[in-house]
Design a protein around this ligand. Structure first.
Ligand SMILES: [Zn+2]
Ligand SMILES: [Zn+2]
Length: 349
């Protein structure tokens, strides 16, 4: 529906003010973008309210700021950093399959295959394709072993003989690498799909999961710090003005509930990172074809906790790291029960 169509329907309801508003701000014409924008405004308003109430009510904080400005500066800086992280995450690309496909098909790429051999340790057996765009070659007609099509690249990630229709998205009509999923909110296929975050109005996937984790970290730290400041205020000022105490206690209750939710979410995503899983894979494990038949406590894409954290922090944001499906032999190796020797040699790491 275009802005003109919306204006026509609004004229029918005699609301020219809304029509003028949509003409001035076209982004408001789309209901999804409108609700996302209001959510962002609500988030900024919530942060400003919590900080504003403190500076309005707590005279000690003002006095302390005059004596030791660094403490308040650090707190205000954390608010700004958290808000910037929120906005950056909300507009960052989660890694769309279509974008990766275009990159691979339109530019020359260099790709490196982490192949597996039977004498490798279990932790390094799970191979992956790390696709790096070679910008210096862009525009040249490059052919040979370095040139690879998207279809060939995706086919290599599945066990031989897997029918192509099982990994072709029926909505986008693109070949999905393993772990990719079509998001019905974004109407796009997302690489290593985690979830569609309503709070951010964006999908969380391969490209921005790291940013999302850092946002959770910063928001949790900010909640804890704000909670400490609110409790300090109550200790110093309780029984002076009841209505001020009532407002602070109400905000503190909301803050505590938010903090519990954030802490649980942070722990949950930290666990996912350590085991190289996604929320979608964990929740829909039995319904995802490539995870069917794999024992519950076996993480098929895990390369060991340390390697998983390294890949999560350092590899994923810069290149398209496409992971292939593990073979039956690799799954059996991962399912092997832990022995004393495995514990000593840190098999899980
Ligand atoms: Zn799709
Ligand atoms: Zn989405």
């Amino acid at each position: 529906m275009t802005i003109v169509d919306i204006c026509h329907s609004l004229r029918a309801t005699r609301d020219p003010a809304m029509c003028r508003c949509f003409q001035m701000f076209p982004c408001l014409a789309d209901p999804a973008r409108r609700s996302s924008l209001f959510l962002k405004l609500a988030l900024v308003a919530t942060h400003l309210t919590y900080a504003g109430i403190l500076f309005l009510f707590d005279e000690d904080l003002i006095e302390n700021t005059k004596k030791e400005p660094w403490y308040t500066t650090m707190y205000l800086l954390l608010i700004v950093v958290t808000l910037i992280q929120y906005f950056v995450t909300s507009i960052s690309s989660p890694g769309y399959v279509l974008d990766a496909m275009r990159t691979v098909n339109e530019t020359n790429i260099v790709y490196r295959k982490t192949s597996t051999t039977s004498n490798q340790p279990a932790s390094s057996k799970n191979g992956s394709l790390i696709v790096t765009v070679d910008r210096s070659q862009t525009g040249r007609n490059f052919s040979g072993s370095n040139s690879v099509s998207w279809l060939k690249l995706v086919t290599d990630l599945y066990p031989p003989g897997t029918p192509i229709r099982t990994w072709t998205c029926s909505h986008c009509n693109v070949e999905q690498p393993p772990r990719a999923k079509h998001c019905h909110d974004c109407d796009k296929c997302v690489l290593q799909f985690d979830h569609h975050c309503v709070w951010l109005g964006n999908c969380i996937g391969l490209g921005n999961h790291c940013r999302f984790w850092w946002y959770l970290c910063e928001e949790t730290a900010l909640c804890i710090w704000t909670g400490i400041l609110y409790i300090s205020y109550l200790k110093a000022y309780i029984t002076r003005l009841w209505w001020k105490d009532a407002i602070v206690i109400l905000l503190l209750i909301i803050l505590s509930i938010s903090l519990i939710f954030l802490l649980l979410l942070l722990l949950f995503h930290s666990y996912l990172i350590l085991t190289n899983q996604t929320t979608y894979e964990l929740v829909r494990r039995r319904r995802i074809p490539y995870l069917r038949g794999i024992p519950e406590r076996v993480y098929p894409f895990s390369k060991g906790a340390c390697r998983n954290v390294y890949n999560f922090c350092c590899v994923r944001s810069s290149v398209h790291s496409l992971e292939r499906l593990p073979t039956r032999q690799e799954i059996e190796e991962k399912s092997r029960p832990y022995t004393c020797l495995d514990v000593i040699t840190c098999r899980c790491c």
